[in-house]
Design a protein around this ligand. Structure first.
Ligand code: ZN
Length: 290
């Protein structure tokens, strides 16, 4: 460990107070050479600013510390195997981040165990670490350490992946390989998913997000007329309406999401009301007394 770079240290970049009391997010650099650390500072500041101005984090910012951990790498970028159509780049980097995990080019993964070890050593009270990879290629991943590149929309990828890693949210999109390419994703099994933002229960009196559904909203709110593919219909209700929209959790039918759209369904969309409530409930204990 360490032969491909060096851990320089930790800096608090958004200060909400004592880390023993707050929710602590740590952004770690991967694939930045010593001469590129000023760029990482800029990238980390951009991440912190986007996080803290995105609902519901904007309402919770008094409970959130953001830290930056500066780690240099010998070389710039990330591995990009030719087997996935990549450039074949094989830079020597501290956390060995690589595209093409499981044969999918955009699946960008580093050595999560090594990231956790470095962060724990510098800030034992950390709650979540994210890995910023210095590559312009589109990519990212979830798991224990949400990871994202510097492609346009990369911070959006980080926000989506944090929804999985820190808050146990499900994907709200209704396909696996693709709306047309899918096989075996027409109908959900019917068993209730454990995640708070997808359901197979279409009973308005008992569905898990019933408290957010207005009496005037139809339930189900949309139904997919052709379970062989994704539902093409536009939203029949204004944005922000919570109901039951068919198609979620990688299946075209028999499973529902809370709003027509959500950051857990599409990048550059706000989190739906249910996802926002889940995040708020988890972070409320970290807020100072008002
Ligand atoms: Zn959602």
């Amino acid at each position: 460990m360490g032969s491909n770079g060096q851990v320089l240290g930790i800096t608090k970049i958004a200060d909400a107070g004592d880390p023993k009391l707050r929710w602590n997010v740590v952004i770690v650099s991967e694939g930045y050479r010593s001469a590129e650390m000023a760029q990482f500072k800029t990238d980390a500041d951009q991440f912190a600013n986007t996080l803290l101005t995105t609902a519901p984090y904007d309402r919770l910012r008094k409970g959130i510390n953001v830290y930056r951990v500066d780690v240099t790498s010998t070389d710039s970028g990330a591995r990009d195997p030719t087997g996935c159509g990549g450039t074949g780049a094989k830079p020597k980097t501290f956390f060995d981040a690589s595209f093409c995990t499981s044969g999918i080019r955009r699946l960008l993964v580093g050595n999560s165990g090594r990231v956790i070890k470095v962060v724990k050593n510098l800030l034992p009270q950390f709650h979540l670490s994210v890995l910023q990879v210095n590559s312009p290629v589109h990519g990212g991943s979830g798991g224990e350490v949400p990871t994202f590149s510097k492609a346009p929309n990369a911070v959006e990828i980080a926000l989506h992946e944090m929804g999985h890693s820190a808050f146990g949210l499900a994907d709200e999109y209704e396909y696996f390989a693709g709306c047309v390419a899918d096989h075996g994703h027409d109908n959900h099994s019917g068993s209730e998913p454990s995640q708070p933002n997808v359901t197979t229960n279409k009973n308005r009196a008992t569905v898990k997000w019933r408290s957010l559904i207005q009496a005037a909203t139809a339930v189900p709110t949309t139904q997919n007329g052709n379970c062989a593919g994704c539902d093409p219909q536009p939203a029949p209700v204004p944005a922000g309406t919570v109901g039951l929209f068919e198609g979620a959790d990688y299946f075209h039918c028999r499973v529902y999401r809370p709003e027509f759209n959500c950051r857990m369904r599409n990048l550059n969309q706000p989190f739906c009301g249910v996802c926002q409530q889940v995040i708020e409930k988890k972070l409320a204990p970290f807020l100072p007394p008002s």
